[in-house]
Design a protein around this ligand. Sequence first.
Ligand SMILES: [Zn+2]
Length: 346
Amino acid sequence: MLRSGISRFGRSRSAAAFVSLLERLPTAADRLSVLTYHRIGDASLDGHLSPALISTSAAAFGDQMAHIARRYHPVTANELLAARDGQSLPSRSVLITFDDAYRDFAELAWPILERHGLPAVLFVPTAYPDASAREFWWDRLFATLRALRPPTRLATPAGDVPYRSARDLMPTYRRLVAIAKSLSHADAMTWLDEMTAATDLRTGSLHHILGWQELRQLASAGATLAAHSRNHPRLDRLSDAELADEVAGSRRELDTNLRMPSPPIFAYPDGAHDERVQQTVAAAGYRVAFTTRRGSNSLGDVDWLRMRRINIGQRSTLPLIRAQLLAPTVRTSAARRNGLEPRQTA
Ligand SMILES: [Zn+2]
């Protein structure tokens, strides 16, 4: 409701003038907003990969970054870690993050970021680069659905799901994603393998992930690369041993392949974290970890291993993003006390 309210607010002309005024006023220096992007590009249903991961078009991303460069203080990973150590950040601080290391980060996003001199953190699931047979499960699910001919019924661990017509492609996809996320990672992958086996989908055709050589080039050009687990499972559904391997192993693989130490920054796959996951992340030496909980962070009251982010999706117009960047921060302690945790999926 808050989101649709902000969205309506963002579209009116007087509201735009008001937001513009607010952006010029001095604001509290203890606030950090973090933007989350996944993919940049064309969100049509004709592509091979799931359009659900497209955050925005290249043109809209260019507009968004021009605005950030003009009105906000873009934060580097070093500044983030200095803030973790108690240093203050300038007002209107924004950190730009990208999850999953898709190829379009290098092809479309990075040239725009470079043009505006904007730093960014790219979170890499480290079992994927150069592993050409490995594909993200959500892309395989989307491609599998596209390869099936509706009307049909899909057997799932949660019962049969009807796929009535091509028009139901995205609603059916979203329903199956929700079922996959309700299972253990291993069970979800087994089910997906069974479903894919009924199609003529070629393994590896959906691997659009940057390789280590390209990641090294991005790192030497100034992009910050950080850990995002190895295999991108929901960490809260793993055994202790699997969890430790995903969390510590990811940074180890990143450091080895980039041939340099990566910053102690982590992003939880799918935002999934609990007390045990956080403890494992802390024990592995990470100092800052990002969730998908929506909102900006108030640095005086922040849980550094549960940082909030603002997910950019296809409905995130520039006015909406500007309104979200100015929205009041949620006090972590108060939100916990009242059970008010804004949620979002990424
Ligand atoms: Zn991810």
